[in-house]
Design a protein around this ligand. Structure first.
Ligand SMILES: Cc1cc2nc3c(=O)[nH]c(=O)nc-3n(C[C@H](O)[C@H](O)[C@H](O)COP(=O)(O)O)c2cc1C
Length: 317
């Protein structure tokens, strides 16, 4: 899909290309933190975002984990939602039409407990209008089956990616978990299997205890840590993966400002996703688009692609 670019000749060019999909700017919403778009539409002009990535969708509806499912932590939050969602058919019928009204790329984040389930979800979505790419979540730490099981094993990650790729013509972004020993191994595997792009990171597994009651704060006991606390980990992993693969890499993790986003772009991410920041500031995505534009203009950079991957590793302050 080609989106309308920025027509103002004095403004820097912000469009980037991700696996055949050109988006008007590199800012995307991270799955699970922006609902299905409608929830934020009173605060955010959705047409100003590069892409909306919706909450993870599975074949059948899921009620998710029992509460409490969220707890705040210093510089972040732990969640164990467990991929609650209405199922792919309800998504296509009731949620997708809203997003079709906007000039924005719609990326559907999907999840399955088996390879076959992934394929069935992909087949249903591939015949629906208004979807521009799929993000394959092989990285959720809060479910017992599927999720991270695929993302932590290079062979399983390869298989699910290959089968999904075979089932659709849509660009495939594979989302990786940081909860592995060597993320580059998984990244190479999904690239070899035909992924069009890689996004990372999903949340970092953690836990938190109520010392008075001596119980875990989350009913699930463990949860996924997100927010500014994980940004240095995410940035390091993006930097490592960018060196290992030729396909575009999308940076995620703790980005709350344009400066954070610019760090990811400079280490080589082609675009970024904004997650937990949306809970602190519902306009975070728009503010970050504007902040990146201002940075480029101030530094006389005419096109964002001139900045991506320009980290000077030899340089010091
Ligand atoms: C409440 C919540 C729900 C999430 N749901 C999903 C999901 O359905 N699918 C997915 O791939 N990632 C999900 N994530 C992970 C985010 O998309 C993102 O990878 C992670 O939060 C790190 O980015 P952040 O620090 O900017 O939030 C969720 C995160 C949060 C906080």
């Amino acid at each position: 899909m080609k989106q309308k670019g920025n027509d103002n000749i004095n403004m820097p060019k912000m469009a980037v290309e991700i696996g055949g999909l050109t988006i008007k700017n590199p800012v995307m919403t991270a799955s699970g933190t922006f609902g299905y778009g409608e929830e934020y539409s009173l605060n955010v002009d959705i047409s100003h975002i590069g892409a909306v990535i919706v909450k993870g969708i599975s074949l059948e509806p899921r009620i998710g984990n029992p509460p409490p499912r969220i707890i705040e932590t210093p510089c972040g939050m732990l969640n164990a939602i467990g991929l609650e969602n209405p199922g792919v058919r309800v998504f296509v019928k009731d949620k997708l039409p809203f997003l079709r009204q906007y000039d924005v790329a719609v990326i559907v984040n999907i999840f399955g407990e088996t390879v076959d389930e992934f394929k069935q979800v992909v087949e249903i979505l591939s015949s629906a209008a208004g979807i521009h790419a799929l993000e394959i979540n092989i990285s959720c730490p809060n479910v017992r089956k599927g999720g991270m099981v695929f993302g932590a094993d290079p062979d399983m990650a390869y298989e699910v990616t290959k089968e999904v790729k075979r089932s659709t013509d849509l660009p495939i972004i594979v989302k990786l978990t940081p909860n592995v020993t060597d993320i580059c191994l998984i990244a190479k595997s999904v690239e070899d299997a035909g992924a069009d792009a890689i996004s990372l990171i999903n949340t970092v597994t953690g836990m938190s205890v109520d010392i008075e009651k001596r119980i875990p704060h989350l009913k699930n006991i463990t949860g996924g840590l997100s927010g500014p606390a994980i940004k240095p980990i995410a940035l390091r992993m993006v930097w490592q993966v960018v060196k290992q693969v030729k396909i575009p890499v999308i940076g995620i993790g703790g980005i709350i400002s344009a400066r954070d986003a610019l760090e990811f772009l400079i280490v080589g991410a082609r675009s970024v996703q904004i997650g937990t920041a949306n809970f602190i500031n519902p306009c975070a995505t728009m503010d970050i688009v504007r902040g990146i534009e201002e940075f480029l203009a101030k530094n006389n950079i005419a096109d964002i692609n001139e900045l991506i991957g320009t980290l000077n590793e030899e340089g010091t302050l």
